[in-house]
Design a protein around this ligand. Sequence first.
Ligand code: EPZ
Length: 430
Amino acid sequence: MDKFQITGGRPLEGRVAISGAKNAALPAMTAALLTNQRVILRNIPRVRDISTLRSLLEDLGVDSSVTHEAHGNRIEIETRQLLNPVAPYELVKQMRASVLVLGPLVARFGQARVSLPGGCAIGVRPINLHIKGLEKLGATITFDHGYVNAQANGLRGTDFRFDTISVTGTENLMMAAALAEGDTVLENAAREPEVQDLADLLNKMGAHIEGAGTGKIRIRGASRLHGTEHTVVPDRIEAATFLTAAAITGGELVVERCNPGHLAAIIAKLREVGVRVLPAGEPGADGNQALSVKAEGKLQAADMTTEEYPGFPTDMQAQYMALMTQAGGSSAITETIFENRFLHALELARMGADITVNGRRAVVRGKTPLSGAKIQASDLRASASLVLAGLAAEGETLIDRVYHIDRGYERIEEKLTQVGARINRISEFD
Ligand code: EPZ
């Protein structure tokens, strides 16, 4: 397994370009199952989860091609036919987002057999709401051998309220309802930018979706959808991770090709703790804009509670915890989305951080010097937190199991090296 070797203590300086959002690219790719025409997706990040989903689409019998472009990859997908409506355990266990084929397969082909994702490091991760919504749309659901089977002779529009806000649950049902007969209203829907981006894509494909980005989404079913071209939004979590990297190293970065509108909660919190974040340059035609970030003087601790969008994202909680180890004072971090998302705290403590975890609440007492250590990544965003800590630590940090980080960050060691970090990848075959 690859490792990252980091020598900390150097402030990051320079410009870094943000890749397309993994969590927008994944549902965009499964949306291509809804039509027999070509769907062209751009600004697709070169990360492991995208390759995993391409393998799953190929298993389903779906042709796809990848072309390197200036910013990310272009993926072209054509679902003329379906050979095999099964998403196998071997792929779903690698990536829970594989469940995003469920809605499109049932809507277009009337059948799907998807392995239940099982839990992961951060929580149980059920899909009961995805299933309840599909049943309400008229699918017949059965379970056997760890798989969910969904059958339908056409879906019918319905009203469905999510008991808990679910990002991929909202995405799955939006895609299914796009080909249902009649109108669907999703209540208590997720508002994430990635949900909005998927709705934009579906509407370009001929769907009729209103209200994406609010808690109430209306979908008027279409008899069929057609091909289109779409550029996915920038990755707000990658952007926020680099903003935090500048802050934790006391450096100054210009973060390019991001969308500040998707980062409001994060920018507000960084400013609260004493980080200067300002727009840099003019906004692009696509609404993307660069941000300049600089840690000015000492960081001040501030409490933070994760919330569904537009609140502070759970996917930035680990990175924020690393930052708080370098801030003066105590900060209480409350994780409201997942039940076990503090695994990084144990590794940060081994580097010298003072963190007390009690259930869904962690208290960080800063500022504590961090010293480099051998540590282990547990999940995608915890890995990013450990990289940030390594950049701020004195001495050398060796992070094992960096395949976690490769799932969602494109060439992170190259991007960090370009702005002055001393980080290299030690391949297990070196
Ligand atoms: C999406 O996961 C993201 N993944 C996650 O990002 C992100 O952490 C999460 O949303 C929350 O923002 C993708 O978009 C591919 P949820 P998702 O359904 O959709 C409960 C990353 O780092 N729930 O919004 O799987 C669930 O247990 C990943 O890129 C049910 O109870 O998350 C959790 O407590 C990690 N029943 C809460 O809802 C369900 O049927 C939110 O989960 C579905 C969810």
